[in-house]
Design a protein around this ligand. Structure first.
Ligand code: NI
Ligand code: MN
Length: 225
């Protein structure tokens, strides 16, 4: 499994020959201007919730690639009305896709579309594929529900928001890592705009002092599991 950070909360995940995009917000992110939205590969686009900083490029990428949207029911219906195919899910449900298994899990946040229309309830994804398991938390507060995840899945990586203000900050993300029983963390949802700027070295040190490894990738940089 190869995971590339595309800035903010946007990820590209390769599982075997399958290309998965998560929450593509690239054309509106000046920090990601070196990422070309028009050449990104996608068989599936996972969407955690309907906020602009998670869906901005969904429609253009889906129309170009023919990718299937995987999200909550309301978000999938929103895109199906635009002739984009989708696989609707809801909290607690899982599905066996051709590349692996996805479970849609709870997140504490909100989920309106940019025009104010209803975007269902926000979520996160647990993905099991190629014998590696990851948790993509989405925008969320620290929540006790995270403790349910390791009861079923032994994680190899947890991708957690760390930018604070709209989501967990560093202190809560460290507790989240404990809740999901995973010491290997990829931080996301930081630095994109003023409210969520963080001190990288201080954040890494704080995780290290709690015996956890916080990775912060450059935009366009990848890690392999
Ligand atoms: Ni959000
Ligand atoms: Mn967000």
């Amino acid at each position: 499994m190869k995971i590339t950070f595309l800035g903010h909360a946007s990820l590209h995940i390769e599982i075997g020959t399958t290309n998965i995009l998560v929450d593509p917000f690239i054309s509106g992110n000046p920090k990601a201007s070196h990422i070309n939205v028009d050449t990104l590969k996608a068989d599936y686009i996972l969407v955690t919730h309907a906020h602009q900083d998670h869906i901005l490029d969904v429609e253009t990428i889906a129309k170009r690639t023919g990718a299937t949207i995987v999200s909550n029911y309301e978000i999938v219906m929103h895109y199906q009305a635009k002739d984009i195919k989708g696989h609707p899910m809801n909290h607690g449900g899982h599905w066996e896709f051709d590349f692996g298994r996805i479970k849609y899990v709870n997140a504490i946040h909100t989920s309106s579309f940019p025009d104010g229309s209803y975007g269902g309830q926000p979520g996160g994804f647990v993905i099991e594929g190629e014998h590696k398991n990851i948790y993509i938390a989405g925008d969320t507060a620290l929540t006790y529900d995270m403790k349910l995840i390791p009861m079923q899945t032994k994680l190899d990586l947890a991708i957690l928001p760390i930018g604070d203000n709209f989501t967990m900050g560093i202190d809560d993300a460290i507790i989240a890592a404990e809740f999901v029983e995973c010491d290997k963390i990829l931080g996301y949802h930081f630095d994109t705009f003023g409210y969520i700027e963080i001190d990288h070295e201080a954040a890494k040190r704080q995780f290290f002092e709690n015996e956890k490894d916080l990775m912060l990738l450059e935009i366009g940089e990848s890690l392999e599991l």
